[in-house]
Design a protein around this ligand. Structure first.
Ligand code: HEM
Length: 139
């Protein structure tokens, strides 16, 4: 039961974090097409004010609940190495932890990445994570 509760929390946190990245990369980035620079800056800031309150904590929740989930499902590594499930799950966890560390450093420690232009990289990571989290059960 605890596992299901934590997994549901994990999924919601992933929705909120991934949902923002999808909104940003598919829709918000189109705003400059119809708004001038000043309007775009204002509109984006009014959106980001609330994003900053909700999205970074969701990422942290996703990572912490993810660590619990992996401790429950990873299992032991067999004699002939990791199973496909274990490999895909490890890659998923690596990408998730990477996003968590990067996001935490950026938002809470104010350490900006070397090149910060957009949210395309985290978006690509999240899409990959979603595919891995589904297909890892199929192999
Ligand atoms: C941005 C970070 C993350 C996102 C967006 C994310 C997303 C997801 C999604 C969509 C699922 C599928 C849930 C389902 O099908 O019911 C999932 C499952 C899972 N996640 Fe994450 N995750 C993230 C981080 C992590 C991290 C850091 C770990 C481990 C260290 C992790 C471990 C797991 C495990 C073990 C499952 C599978 C549970 C199971 O089906 O048995 N996740 N995650």
């Amino acid at each position: 039961m605890l596992f299901i509760i934590i997994k549901t929390i994990h999924l919601f946190a992933a929705f909120i974090y991934g949902g923002f990245l999808i909104t940003d990369n598919l829709f918000l980035n189109k705003m400059p097409r119809t708004l001038n620079e000043e309007e775009h800056k204002k509109a984006r800031e009014s959106f980001m004010m609330f994003v900053r309150k909700v999205v970074p904590p969701s990422l942290i929740v996703a990572v912490i609940t993810g660590l619990y989930l992996i401790s429950q499902v990873f299992g032991t590594i067999g004699e002939d190495g990791m199973s496909h499930f274990q490999m895909m799950l490890s890659l998923k966890a690596f990408l998730g932890i990477w996003l968590g560390i990067r996001g935490f450093a950026q938002v809470y420690l104010k350490i900006q990445p070397l090149v910060f232009k957009s949210h395309v990289l985290p978006f690509a990571f999240v899409v990959t994570i979603i595919f891995l989290s589904q297909f890892m059960h199929a192999f």
